[in-house]
Design a protein around this ligand. Structure first.
Ligand SMILES: [Zn+2]
Length: 393
């Protein structure tokens, strides 16, 4: 009966004489208006510049213009910002190089490389993307391998796949069954990349919560309310585990190709699982872009992960310049974004925002700094990406 004596007797009024009725008006505050401020009094360290020069190996400075049902089908690109607009922020924040992952294909790719890589040598590197617009053609595998030849010839430093593969690309491009990540028609593409020593940057799947009902139990409810198209819940989509398993089957078939798994392998919620992937495939690395919200809310697990995989983790932000970046605060290219990443990696500050926004955009929590050693910081900020991209260290 321990503890039972404290329970009110059955039938007793639920409140004593001194308590008041709940304030129903206050209790019905919409979630979107709730902006609590932490009352913790703690050190807040501003890190204006990183300990070592930074390669941000995950940004989006250009984007293919013609997108049909989530699949890029053309070559024309939109340019989000000029080097002149980006370089002052880079110089202030100690960013040596931005890697633009979405350089597109063909003429668009050539234009992106001319506008960035050639305009400011060493400050910008551009990657190509698959020519999914050609996917419905019968000789796609050959076309695709040739597109990689072309991309390499004009100076692309790697190949980037958006989550298109696994979640949007369908037979006939926009109708029929989803094409699986381990589809053999891409084998010549993965092998062409290996032949040219071009790393493949893979975004497969998405956060686990995006595959669950966007209901009151979903920890990313507000984010999914803001971006309903980010929900992949339903019979028309594979699950997160299924997508990652297909990815792993594909990687197993291509041991000569190096795969950089974006967003901590898109499983930062489950670092033990990411560790298993890294252990199983020596030809894989990860970046931390847009996942400090996940890493920073499990600081002890994250510290152990950085310790163990310090040679295989790369710095990235997923930054997108304004005005496009305004839609996603955790990705907005600005001084503050970099300062948050540096604070997370370099300090032992506690309980701070992971994005420059009033309301934490990915979920209602705060993060804790990792205070990584100089040895690890140098690798994460620069040396691991430099090795992958063939840049002098
Ligand atoms: Zn990205």
């Amino acid at each position: 009966m321990a503890g039972f004596c404290c329970a009110p007797p059955l039938g007793a009024p639920r409140r004593n004489q001194l308590s008041t009725a709940p304030d129903t008006e206050k209790a019905s505050l919409p979630l979107s208006d709730f902006r609590p401020r932490s009352m913790l009094h703690l050190p807040a360290t501003r890190v204006e510049r990183p300990r070592f020069p930074v390669i941000d190996m995950h940004t989006h400075l250009t984007w293919t213009r013609d997108v049909r049902n989530g699949v890029s089908v053309g070559e024309d690109i939109d340019v989000f910002a000029t080097p002149d607009a980006l370089l002052p922020v880079m110089d202030r924040k100690g960013v040596k190089t931005l890697v633009n992952l979405t350089g597109g294909t063909g003429a668009g790719l050539e234009s992106a490389i001319a506008q960035f890589d050639h305009a400011a040598p060493g400050r910008f590197l551009t990657l190509t993307e698959p020519s999914f617009g050609l996917f419905a053609e019968p000789d796609y595998p050959q076309h695709q391998a040739e597109a990689i030849d072309h991309a390499h010839r004009v100076g692309a430093r790697g190949l980037k796949l958006l989550k298109t593969l696994g979640l949007y690309l369908r037979e006939g491009v926009d109708e029929g069954e989803l094409v699986t990540v381990d589809d053999a028609r891409f084998d010549p593409m993965w092998e062409a990349c290996a032949g040219y020593d071009m790393p493949v940057f893979l975004h497969i799947s998405d956060p686990e919560a995006f595959f669950l009902p966007a209901d009151a139990t979903n920890e990313r409810y507000e984010e999914l309310a803001q971006h309903p198209d980010w929900s992949f819940y339903g019979p028309q989509f594979p699950g997160n585990a299924e997508l990652l398993a297909a990815r792993d089957r594909m990687i197993a078939r291509h041991p000569r190709t190096t795969f950089a798994l974006m967003h901590v392998g898109n499983h930062a919620e489950h670092l033990a699982e990411v560790a298993r992937t890294l252990d199983r495939f020596p030809n894989t690395m990860v970046d931390i872009s847009a996942r400090i919200g996940e890493l920073g809310r499990q600081p002890r697990a994250a510290q152990a992960f950085f310790d163990r995989y310090q040679d295989r983790i790369m710095f990235g932000t997923d930054a997108v310049p304004a005005p496009w970046g305004n839609e996603v605060p955790q990705q907005l290219f600005c001084d503050e974004l970099y300062e948050i990443y540096y604070r997370f990696l370099e300090t032992d500050d506690e309980y701070f925002d992971y994005a420059p926004a009033d309301v934490p955009p990915q979920g209602r929590w705060s993060i804790y700094g990792l205070k990584l050693s100089d040895t690890i910081l140098r690798k994460i900020y620069h040396d691991n990406a430099a090795r992958l991209l063939g840049i002098a260290t």
